[in-house]
Design a protein around this ligand. Sequence first.
Ligand code: NAG
Ligand code: NAG
Length: 243
Amino acid sequence: MKKLVNFFLLVILLLEITISVDSQNPSLLKFVLQWPPTFCIGLNSAAPRGRCKEPILQHNLTLHGVWPADQRGYSITCPVPQDPNWNKLFTRTLENQLMAFWPPLRDNAHKWDLWKHEWRAHGACGRTTPEVYFNTAVKINNMLQKGNLFNYLKTSGIIACDSLSFARKDIVDAIQKVFVSTPLTVYLTCIPIDATNKTHIYLSEVTLCTNLGGTSFISCPLPANPTSCSSGARIMLPHPKPQ
Ligand SMILES: *[C@@H]1O[C@H](CO)[C@@H](O)[C@H](O)[C@H]1NC(C)=O
Ligand SMILES: *[C@@H]1O[C@H](CO)[C@@H](O)[C@H](O)[C@H]1NC(C)=O
């Protein structure tokens, strides 16, 4: 009897180890895009107040980062890695490629700060090299046939206009045109317009998911699907506000 109990304890222990290892196993990439005006509103209202670079981009959704995630869609965390040789990494060619879709939005930031931060906080947790990480971002961006996600929204009439608001489904349907044949799950995140407005919210980020190699889009897993745009409130894309 004692042996049997020990055996079961061992099984449970092994199961727990497997589960905890699994949950830190990168199994996909999240390609997290942001709507710059919403980012800037957030930056402006947080303490200490930051500033966005002027003019604030309003014709593109720009990349926030590429985040390795587990099979449930949760981002992988890891210890901060040793820095690579940034000067060697960010060649003129790579810098130009990244700047086109992954620009820094903060004023006074060094032009590489966002990329360095994303590598340290996320990229390095994907068990890959910085070279592979940044080139994978370029590769995924190139899979957007219309060049930028905003162009998919625009052709469906989803634009930044103070008199227009959209249902969550309208926005998701427009984004799913990226995938041509199968409508894959994407994540949306939103922020409140202000403390009192319950009927309207601002679109903040759109996440597309890919396989680990960044060679094909896949459905973002449901367990980690954010709920900030799911209230039934109408979603708006804000214009840049004067800072
Ligand atoms: C918007 O994105 C497209 C495609 O990535 C790029 O060619 C264009 O320069 C971008 N526009 C701005 C204002 O950044
Ligand atoms: C909420 O925001 C929308 C869009 O700006 C506006 O039309 C609406 O009147 C606001 N509602 C309240 C209660 O402030």
